[in-house]
Design a protein around this ligand. Sequence first.
Ligand code: ZN
Ligand code: ZN
Length: 435
Amino acid sequence: MPHVYAEHKDWMLCRGCGELQKIVAVSTEHEMVCWNCNKLLHRGHGNWLQSASALVFTAFILFLISQFFPFLTLEIGSQSHTTTVIDGFWALMERDSWLLASLIITTTFLFPLLEILAFLYLLIPYSLNRRVPGQAAVLRWLMVAKAWSMLEVFLLSVVISAVKMADLAVLHLGLGFYALLLLVGVLLIMHLTMDRRKLWSWISTNNYFTVHEGETVYDCRICQAMVGESIVENEQRCPRCCSEIHKRVPKSMQKTLALIVAATILYVPANILPIMTFSTLGDVSTNTIISGVVELVVDGLYGIATIVFVASVLVPILKLVVLYYLVWSVYARWQIGAKHRAILYRVIEVVGRWSMVDVFVVTVFVALVQFGFVYTVELEGAIIAFGAVVMLTMIAAETFDSRLIWDARNAQIQKEREQVESKQVAMSQQANPLK
Ligand SMILES: [Zn+2]
Ligand SMILES: [Zn+2]
């Protein structure tokens, strides 16, 4: 059992670079960033509990409306077809595209729902100050799952699909669409107002675990507890939240490299193969990602063309190049430019998910244009390859341990410090040979 030396409520290890620093209280709408790498450490939350509880209830109701009420209605001549969000999943299942279907159902239904339920499960007992079983596990899950709940990306893809279809048919936005629009906003505010540090310290007040006084501490990536070197080495689990803890993510470089190499290989078929076939009365048009963008430009839809180009072409390339660059810089033990590399890493971590836009656009098309219409839409091979590229690069960014960026530089600083110290000892011995 580790000995807990103190509750260090006002100390924290930066997740980006691993530096230990003192937390200062900040007022609402203000932020405290790491002095070393500029990563956001914490944000002023004010009286967050009331607003968070109200928001989570609103989110739950909006979620139900967005999923089960009509989302979009497509009208062509005398025919009309209404879809809900979940129809995209069924349309994919009908085409035996279960891999894609499970990706869609996970990111637009399962994870957002579980996310809202997890918030409810945590906030109601917290406001009543009651303990319920499995709180730590639920909060732990919430931290991991956040990246895979993609309603905002889905919303953007619905807007793109609607604009693309505008000249083919009349589109009516349903109640479900407006509910989703509000839900995305509510979820965003909820994540910003939620004070995770408070929740963790409510679950367990201790956040500093060491066996020997003064040993080096490492940060738990989930609950941000500070855990001493000997516990990290021997138990490899965080004493507070029970998640795995390591000095550095094990084999981080190898895993990241393997994932980005796989993504690079898949990037080729994702761009060469067609992504979707659209046919109407014998007129068949097959699009790749690039030709889809070109078509948008020809149609004069420059705004949408830019969004699709950035999300589907530029971001995946940028992500791959940056990850190769980061892996290389760590292997080569670069000491300079760590701050810039840390910023690059944070950028790709945030923008990566938006590449899912094209996958969602195709799903919306397939869901909207059902059998019996003058139009038919079929999926093509590139969609799976492209979806895999997005997934693999997202996992690669998660596997990459950003603290590695700082290691070479910190080792050099440590070495210089030791040299200065040994020089000082030698000088004091020279000055006083009797010592
Ligand atoms: Zn930092
Ligand atoms: Zn922990």
